[in-house]
Design a protein around this ligand. Structure first.
Ligand code: F6R
Length: 253
């Protein structure tokens, strides 16, 4: 696992994603606030004709169950508004939270990712309770796409996107931790002091379902990109900084 503590995580994560971009590549996209600077940076590069996502497709991590796709805060809407409507990506798919048969939809989504050849690079945010995707504490480290119930903490964190916390759905359809681990390269972005405890637990804590993001420690190729406030609880911060400053030129993300 590489841990990068930088002032501008959005640009660094955009570099990490861009290195995978080529026709036929499959990107895994996250929603929420953390990836927004990454998406803005990738869109800017596209606008300047420095980056094309032609021939690239994408899958999102998760979706609220029971929220209409047309709702402004469905992740179907959010990913299009914030990213894919502004770049030449071939297509983006997400789990259908309106499906009548949710277990069947979960199985369909898993199969669609496999049919696409698997995800080359998966962008991740992290919840204040350590979730990735919407795999809340207690999620099986081997889990596949399925329905999950959001914790009250996550619903309160996400209330800013809705009129009130009561409007935040209780249920979500999310890629499982096992699904996420199948991607070739995992890139996690976290910013702000509210993420400091979760980042430390994920990177330096024990691998435990209580902190779902700690499962990243089991993957062979992980890049964690954090700003200094999000890095504030990392015990080995000086080592991560030294490692990054002395990284051999030939070594990529
Ligand atoms: C969203 C997702 C979640 C978020 C996490 C952090 O697709 O998978 O894991 O990444 O809840 O959300 P923000 O970035 O809004 O703090």
């Amino acid at each position: 696992m590489e841990v990068l503590i930088v002032d501008d995580p959005g640009t660094v994560v955009a570099d990490a994603i861009a290195q995978h971009v080529q026709p036929g590549a499959v990107l895994g996209l996250a929603t929420g606030s953390s990836p927004l600077p990454v998406y803005r940076e990738l869109i800017d590069r596209h606008t300047r004709s420095e980056l094309s996502l032609a021939g690239v497709r994408a899958f999102t991590l998760d979706e609220y169950v029971g929220l209409a796709q047309s709702h402004a805060e469905s992740y179907h809407s959010v990913i299009r508004r914030e990213f894919t409507d502004h770049i030449d990506l071939d297509r983006v798919d997400g789990p259908d939270g309106e499906a009548k048969d949710i277990p069947a939809e979960a199985a369909r989504y898993e199969a669609a990712i496999v049919e696409a050849g698997g995800i080359d690079v998966q962008l991740l945010g992290i919840g204040t309770d350590g979730h990735i995707g919407f795999n809340e504490p207690g999620s099986s480290l081997m889990s596949r796409t399925r329905v999950k119930t959001l914790t009250q903490q996550t619903r309160e964190d996400n209330a800013r996107f809705f009129d009130s916390v009561d409007d935040v759905p209780h249920h979500v359809l999310t890629q499982g931790l096992g699904t996420i681990l199948d991607a070739g390269h995992l890139v996690l972005i976290a910013t702000g002091s509210s993420k400091a405890n979760a980042v430390a637990a994920a990177v330096e804590g024990p691998v435990a379902a209580f902190c779902p993001a700690s499962v990243l420690q089991l993957h062979q190729h992980v890049t964690v990109v954090v700003d200094p406030p999000a890095a504030a609880q990392l015990r080995l911060a000086a080592y991560y900084r030294f490692t990054a400053e002395n990284k051999p030129d030939w070594q990529r993300f």
